[in-house]
Structure formats: structure tokens, C-alpha cells
Design a binder for this molecule. Structure first.
Ligand SMILES: [Zn+2]
Ligand SMILES: [Zn+2]
Length: 363
């Protein structure tokens, strides 16, 4: 089968990869669509350390082709949406309503399946799969605890988006922060995830939604998705936001890039006692500094947000339901689709910030 393989730092290509049968507790999925997410690029360029070679892709939806022994949650023919964090259901975090921190994924080395081996290979040499998914491929063998069945009437490319970026962004607004009706909100970074934070804030009933991004295209999208005002590189966004909130700052701010300077700006734009939610994943060697006097005095809260605090078994269907009821707009997030042959181009376009979301679609 064809798959996008990252061989070493910044070297990746589409090639033929062999895939084994699903083992106990695993499912073979025929991929139908996979979103191109910034974390795929972060693996390829080393921002997120990961062993090579690996098949990337972790925002995928498809159809169950075959199930391994002991799989009861899905059947061949089911439409499924994959989660890049499995949910074992019985670890400390799963039992304490925080399954987005499930320990199952930590059991084995990055890129390996739960039993510590791989299902992928090239000429007999093992190839790992990103987050036990490796969805930029025609087929994927994944743990059954990493997927859930979805309605057959949701288009696959729409469902795929909910697998990572949309759930992260909507969840950051509705669950992590959370945004309340009447809140004033600022979003720093308006890519696919930031636009989803904006939609979440709009759904929650935010009164003002300020969007900040360097790209004019993204700001236009931001306003069309619910931002009430947007600021580009030509102005000091923090100053403008403070001016529009009588010098108080916003109730909830979000940093969706993972850059220390932007975190500082987002914190400055947050009111006393307000909440800054960190959604963007920064470099492992980057740090953010906090003023020892101002943090307690200002009473500001900083929250980290992994996967929008998702409980994917209930949140995936809920977000898809918001889509069906026209409360969540997902079609317009997809600015370009690609064939698997064009996956290298899809990554390059992501790197250049060309798309809100690019999606690889399989026939
Ligand atoms: Zn992602
Ligand atoms: Zn667990």
C-alpha cells in the first residue's frame, strides 16, 4: 500500500509499505480521509522528537476492513473515526474523567503498537506508525481503543477533521477554558485549530471574539467563522485588545501557535483573574517565563490543553452532531484536498501556511 513515510529529519516520501493483519485487540481500517495537521510536520522536522522511519498521519477516518481477536466495539463495514490518544478505560486518568491523558499510549515506545512491535515494514525492515495510527496510508492497523464508530451519513473528510484539530480547538473553548456566555475572548493563531477555538467561543455565546494572526487570509476566515474583530501584524494586537476592553483585558485568551512571545502577548491581553489556555505545542527547548510578583497579584490562570480535554467516545459524536445541526461549520475549514500521491505537496503547503486544513482523500 501507499503511505507517507518520514525516513529521517525533513526527509519524507510516498512509497510502498507492507502491512500485517490486525493482532489481538487491533483493527484494520481502510482509510478514506486524513487531515494534514501541524503535528505531522512537527514530527517530520523534529519539533516533536520521534523515532524514524515512521508513517505519519493522525487525523483520520475510514471503514473497518477486518478486526483482530477480542475486538467488540466495531465490526467490518463500520465507519470509524480515529483518536490519536487511546482510551483504555481503566487507568488512573480514564477513571478520573481525564481520558485525554490515558496511560495506555505510554506503555510502549513511541511509534510502536501496544505490544511493543509494529505492523508496518519496508523490505522486512520495521516501520513505526505515528501515535499507533499512521493514517497517511491506504490502510492502518490501530488499537481498538483508539477508535469509535460514527454515523455513516457523515462525509469522511468532515469526520477526519474532528479526529484532531477540531476536537482540540472546540474542546479548548467549551471544556478547558471554558468560555461562558458573555465572555470577551482573544485567539492568538488562526489556523485550523484556532478557527475551531473561534467556533467554540461563538457556540458558547462569547460577546466579543478577537482574532490575531500574521496572515490576512486567516483573519478573513477568522471573521467568517465568528471573530468579531481581527488584528494582523501591522498593529500591536495587545494594545488594540486592551483599548477595546476599557484597559481590562479579555476573560479568556488562547494561544494556538506554541511560540513563547505569543504566549506572553496572550497573557498580557488576559484580564486579572482571567484564563489563558495554551493550545499550541511549542518546541521542547523553549520556555515561557512568568513574573513572580504579577502572577499571584493578577490572579491569572494558565491552563494547558491537550486534545481539547477530549473524551473522544462522547465528544466525537457530539461535535459531529453540532455539525449536522449546522452549529459547527466544517466544510469551509477544508481549503484543499489531495490524493495520497500528493502527500509530500500537502506537507509542503502546510509548512507554508497555505491551508486552513488540507485533507488527503482516498478513493
Ligand atoms: Zn493533529
Ligand atoms: Zn486509560
Amino acid at each position: 500500500m501507499q503511505a507517507l513515510v518520514a525516513h529521517q529529519l525533513n526527509q519524507y516520501s510516498v512509497e510502498d509499505v507492507s502491512i500485517d493483519k490486525p493482532q489481538v485487540g487491533e483493527v484494520l481500517v481502510r482509510m478514506k480521509a486524513v487531515g494534514v495537521c501541524h503535528s505531522d510536520l512537527s514530527i517530520i522536522n523534529g519539533t516533536i522528537p520521534h523515532p524514524f522511519p515512521t508513517v505519519v498521519g493522525h487525523e483520520g477516518a475510514g471503514i473497518v476492513e477486518q478486526i483482530g481477536e477480542g475486538v467488540h466495539n466495531v465490526h467490518p463495514g463500520d465507519h470509524v473515526l480515529l483518536s490519536f490518544i487511546p482510551q483504555c478505560g481503566h487507568c488512573y486518568f480514564c477513571e478520573h474523567k481525564s481520558p485525554n491523558f490515558c496511560l495506555a499510549a505510554n506503555q510502549s515506545e513511541p511509534g510502536k503498537m501496544l505490544d511493543g512491535t509494529t505492523r508496518l515494514s519496508i523490505n522486512g525492515r520495521p516501520v513505526s506508525s505515528l501515535f499507533m495510527l499512521g493514517n497517511m496510508a491506504e490502510f492502518a492497523v490501530v488499537p481498538s481503543i483508539s477508535l469509535t464508530a460514527i454515523d455513516t451519513n457523515v462525509p469522511f473528510e468532515i469526520a477526519a477533521l474532528v479526529g484532531c484539530g477540531v476536537t482540540t480547538g472546540i474542546g479548548a473553548a467549551l471544556k478547558t477554558a471554558p468560555v461562558r456566555a458573555g465572555d470577551r475572548v482573544a485567539i492568538f493563531g488562526c489556523g485550523g485549530v484556532g478557527l475551531s477555538v473561534i467556533q467554540g467561543a461563538r457556540i458558547a455565546g462569547a460577546k466579543e471574539i478577537f482574532a490575531v494572526d500574521l496572515s490576512q487570509d486567516k483573519l478573513e476566515l477568522a471573521e467568517s467563522f465568528g471573530a468579531t474583530e481581527s488584528f494582523g501584524s501591522e498593529v500591536n494586537a495587545v494594545k488594540e485588545i486592551m483599548a477595546r476592553t476599557d484597559g481590562i483585558g479579555v476573560d479568556k485568551s488562547f494561544e494556538v501557535v506554541g511560540h513563547p512571545d505569543l504566549v506572553q502577548q496572550a497573557l498580557s491581553a488576559t484580564r486579572r483573574g482571567g484564563t489563558l489556555t495554551l493550545v499550541g505545542i511549542g518546541r521542547i527547548d523553549h520556555t515561557i517565563s512568568l513574573n513572580a510578583l504579577m502572577m499571584p497579584v493578577s490572579g491569572k490562570i494558565i491552563k494547558g490543553c491537550l486534545y481539547g480535554d477530549a473524551d473522544f467516545k462522547t465528544d466525537f459524536p457530539y461535535y459531529l452532531d453540532l455539525y449536522r445541526r449546522n452549529q459547527l461549520e466544517l466544510e469551509r475549514l477544508i481549503t484543499k484536498t489531495y490524493h495520497i500521491d500528493e502527500a509530500v505537496q500537502a506537507i509542503a503547503d502546510l509548512e507554508q501556511g497555505k491551508n486552513a486544513r488540507g485533507v488527503i482523500v482516498f478513493e
